[in-house]
Ligand binder design. Sequence first.
Ligand SMILES: [Zn+2]
Length: 172
Amino acid sequence: MFMLLSLAQQSNELHERLEDLMKSWESSLEKMRPRASYDRVRELREKCATTFLRRYSADFVPCDCPVCDTPGEYSFSKLGYEHRKCPRCLTLFCSPRTSEEHLERYYADYEAPKAWTNLLLQTDLERKIVQYFPRADIILDVLESRESGCEIPVDKQAFFSHAHHCPEEVTK
Ligand SMILES: [Zn+2]
């Protein structure tokens, strides 16, 4: 009986901790990706992607996998852009796709990429906390468990700003 009560109590405690974690996660997610701003960027993307497609689709060219040159298989279509999946390396890519010149024009002239960049800049710190710091923790754990170092394939600034608070020998 005591054991059952103890298990029930542990289960309640775990449930409360999980709820706290979820609230914290949702709060961080809202800071990283404020719903109103994110919805506005998404609307802009749809508008700009549709306008861009209408203007330049006649110049789109079919292409194979940009990673391994294998012909892709149809996966889905979104806003008129056909997506293919590479059966060899599983890369998802657009085909037919625009030219590099028109793509540069999209990033230079259209509202959506600018709005997305602004949103990323505004939420830079929150994104690092939510996305990068947990990864940095994993890498630090690996470094602590090894005698030799390894390359760090993440945002170095975010990694080192987080690692700054860790023991010096770990970050050498
Ligand atoms: Zn491929």
